[in-house]
Every structure is written in structure tokens, then in C-alpha cells.
Ligand binder design. Structure first.
Ligand code: SIN
Length: 279
């Protein structure tokens, strides 16, 4: 295999070509891909056509599989792989767009997944991009006074914050006991593989800042989000059929866009890889 890795923006994302994830890529390519993942935070591996089981096997190139919290989306033939589909509806009939609104995955876990992977099975003709925000850049461009204000702060993360604008489907009963009620994580975390710092916030899951009133905490979180999502910190992924995209939840926010023709199907496989407790 002759693998090429080409940056997709100045700071985030790289495109990978010349690899067939159904085959054993070998140790050298595996190491190169893992280095590229840490360096670019998002890898778009083009031109794959994987069954759910092949997708799960390919994911093990990058780590161990994390069991996702809401098993209602698990695929019966390979339950560690979930689906994302615009055909799911809220009880009132409105489309449910999984991943709408900036977030980082499963931060309500004591050891949140280091990475999430999606495989595009069916896409609309246009739209439905995924936007990524580089939270290292967000930290590094924050005014010094703000850095001093937030370093050392901790936040309480829950399955669904009472402040979240996006409403999630509730957890099935079997998740009780497996999914923690609440966990505390630092608002500034250090990437365990590079030592770089990143802002770690999640508008869908953060319930409160420890030791701070909501009157102070909510405007602070809003200000951090507003700063983070500035265009110059973003990479916007335009999906191509067959893409396998892996991203680093330790230093990115992401969101899905529901800006396309809803009569067209958008269907992807999703899985996550185990991570460490943020520090
Ligand atoms: C997600 O947040 O995991 C979904 C992103 C997407 O569908 O673009």
C-alpha cells in the first residue's frame, strides 16, 4: 500500500488515501496513521466500503472499542457499532439530528472516549457537513487573564445538562448503573499524548462549574464557546461516500449540520475508542 496523508486545513484534519481498511495494513502503516491522528486531530480515510464488523475491526488500528452509552442506536449484527440516521424522529415527528450543536462525545463518562469514528454509508447530495473546532487553538488564543481565570476550574458533566438546547433520547434502563450519574472534569485539559492544553467544555453535558453560581458560570461557559467556535479555529468536513473519519475528542468540539434535504437519507456507522480520565 502506498499511503498518502495530506493536510485539509492549516491546523486540523488530514486526508488519507491509498489504504484499504479491510486488509491488514501492517505495523509501519499503523504507527504512521496513529501519529497522523495525534498530529492532525481528524483523519478522513477516503474510499472505504466496510460492513459494521469490518468497521469495528478497522477501528482497532487506533485503539480499543468504547461501549457507547445509548444502546438504542446499536446495530444488532455488531452492537459496538451504532448508526446515525436522519430518519429517526422525535415523538412530535420532527427529525432528530444526532450530534447537532457543538459538543465532545460522552464527556459524562469518567474516562470519555479518546476518539469517535464515522463511516459514511449514505449521504445527501449536498450539506450535512460535520464542523470541528480545534480546542488547542481556542486555548492558545485566549487572553492571558481568561486563561488564568479558568485554569484549575472543574465542571460537572451529566448525560443531559438542564442547560442544553439539544434534547437527547433518554437512556434505556440497561444503561442505569453503567453510565455514571455525574462526573467532574477539568475545564482545561492536557492532551495525554502531546502535552498540549485544550479547553474542555460541552454545552450538552455541563451542568455546572464546581463552586460557582450559575449566574457566573453560564456566561463564562458561553464566552468560552463563543471564542472557541470562531471560524479560524474550525475545520469543516464535507463528506464523500465511503469516508471513514476519526477525530480526537480530547482536543475538539464537533457538530452535525441538519441543513440538507431531509427527504434524502444521511446514514453513517459510528463507534468510539476508549480514552483516559482528563487531567
Ligand atoms: C456525532 O456527533 O457523533 C455526529 C456527527 C455527524 O453526524 O456529523
Amino acid at each position: 500500500m502506498s499511503i498518502s496523508i495530506t493536510p485539509l486545513s492549516e491546523h486540523t484534519g488530514a486526508e488519507v488515501r491509498g489504504i484499504d481498511l479491510r486488509r491488514d495494513v501492517g505495523d509501519e502503516a499503523r504507527e504512521r496513521l496513529n501519529r497522523a491522528f495525534v498530529e492532525h486531530s481528524v483523519l478522513a480515510i477516503r474510499g472505504q466500503r466496510l460492513s459494521p464488523r469490518e468497521f469495528a475491526d478497522a477501528a482497532r488500528l487506533f485503539g480499543e472499542i468504547f461501549v457507547q452509552h445509548n444502546t438504542r442506536f446499536a446495530l444488532p449484527e455488531c452492537p459496538v457499532v451504532h448508526y446515525i440516521s436522519n430518519e429517526d424522529k422525535y415523538p412530535d415527528g420532527k427529525p432528530y439530528i444526532p450530534g447537532a450543536g457543538y459538543h465532545t462525545d460522552h464527556s459524562n463518562d469518567a474516562t470519555p472516549p479518546k476518539a469517535t469514528m464515522l463511516h459514511a454509508v449514505e449521504l445527501p447530495d449536498s450539506g450535512g457537513d460535520t464542523q470541528f473546532v480545534n480546542m488547542h487553538r481556542a486555548w492558545e488564543t485566549l487572553p492571558e487573564a481568561m486563561r488564568q481565570r479558568i485554569e484549575g476550574l472543574k465542571a460537572l458533566h451529566v448525560y443531559q445538562s438542564r442547560h442544553s438546547e439539544r434534547k437527547l433520547f433518554g437512556l434505556p434502563p440497561e444503561a442505569k448503573g453503567r453510565v455514571p450519574d455525574a462526573v467532574v472534569h477539568p475545564i482545561v485539559r492536557t492532551h495525554p499524548e502531546t502535552g498540549r492544553k485544550a479547553i474542555y467544555i460541552n454545552p450538552i453535558r455541563i451542568e455546572s462549574i464546581v463552586g460557582m453560581d450559575d449566574d457566573e458560570a453560564l456566561p463564562l461557559l458561553d464566552a468560552l464557546l463563543e471564542h472557541a467556535v470562531r471560524l479560524e479555529h474550525q475545520y469543516r468536513h464535507r463528506w464523500q461516500p465511503g469516508d471513514v473519519v476519526i477525530w480526537d475528542n480530547r482536543c475538539l468540539l464537533h457538530k452535525a449540520n441538519g441543513d440538507y434535504d431531509m427527504s434524502q437519507r444521511r446514514y453513517l456507522y459510528r463507534l468510539m475508542l476508549r480514552g483516559d480520565a482528563p487531567f
